[in-house]
Design a protein around this ligand. Structure first.
Ligand code: KIV
Length: 275
């Protein structure tokens, strides 16, 4: 069954959880689809995990299109959401519309995600009015890392919690079909989830959200630069990879790889004609 915005709506109605992971390439996307994931986020976290930047600020539209299109080619039924990178939508409603259109046409997204609340609602409204589904993103929004002064839990004071609730209503009103809640207290995320008609997708926001998203390198133990508290390691793929790389190095160095079963043959009569 193809996952669409309707999947999110139906799941909320039935009280079923939405599953989402990030992916940035064809083969990982294929594996996730085979595992039965509802949605893949081509997050601008690719700036950290794939490109080695210390934050997401330098990620470009070209980066997002390049990785987004690869993920789209690896999926048939999974809903692919592509992040709008820093300064591709904050600058104006026009820029937001043009760049959201590029992510759909060139990246083959089924929806776009952008960070922020009331301040970017004109952009959310214009994009959804153009027929492009929008996932909003509130709480710890990594493109504002310099304004936050680091990766801090958001919404802990009365004022900040009220602002988050207002922003959640604002993005819903502007037309978003879902909202990511990142790094906020579990009880606040649960209140927002109960109040909203649209789905909440949590990351570091506890178990009360309508769905969850994780950066796939975090849940596979493949990224050690920064390990957030909420990132459960579902498998230690990083260690398995390092072990395999070390075995390869050893076997090539010792001359035991490639073995006979990995080599191609040529007929002796052809060989004789070569001398
Ligand atoms: O870029 C990303 O991967 C994200 C998730 C952390 C939600 O925005």
């Amino acid at each position: 069954m193809k996952n669409t915005v309707k999947t999110f709506r139906d799941a909320k109605e039935k009280g079923e959880k939405i599953t989402m992971l990030t992916a940035y390439d064809y083969s990982t996307a294929k594996l996730m689809e085979e595992a039965g994931i509802n949605a893949i986020l081509v997050g601008d976290s690719l700036g950290n995990t794939m490109l080695g930047y210390e934050d997401t600020i330098s990620v470009t539209m070209e980066d997002m299109i390049h990785h987004g299109a690869a993920v789209a080619r690896g999926t048939n039924n999974t809903m692919v959401v592509i992040d709008m990178p820093f300064m591709s939508y904050q600058t104006s409603v026009y820029d937001a519309l043009v760049n959201a259109g590029r992510l759909m046409k060139e990246g083959r997204a089924a929806a776009v995600k952008l960070e922020g609340g009331a301040a970017i609602c004109p952009q959310i409204k214009a994009i959804t009015d153009a027929g492009i589904p929008v996932m909003a993103h509130l709480g710890l929004t990594p493109q504002s890392i310099n304004a936050f002064g680091g990766n801090r839990v958001q919404g802990k004071t009365e004022e900040a919690a009220k602002k988050l609730i207002e922003d959640a209503f604002a993005v819903q009103e502007a037309g978003a079909f879902a909202v990511v809640l990142e790094c906020i207290p579990e009880k606040l995320a649960s209140i927002i989830t109960k109040k909203l008609e649209i789905s909440t997708i949590g990351i570091g926001a506890g178990n009360g959200c309508d769905g969850q998203v994780l950066v796939y390198q975090d849940m596979l133990g493949m990224f050690s630069d920064y390990i957030p508290k909420f990132a459960k390691k579902f498998a230690d793929v990083g260690t398995v990879m390092k072990g395999a790389f070390a075995d390869y190095i050893k076997e090539v160095s010792e001359g035991t790889y490639p073995a006979q079963e990995h080599t191609f043959k040529i007929d002796d009569d052809v060989l004789e004609k070569l001398y």
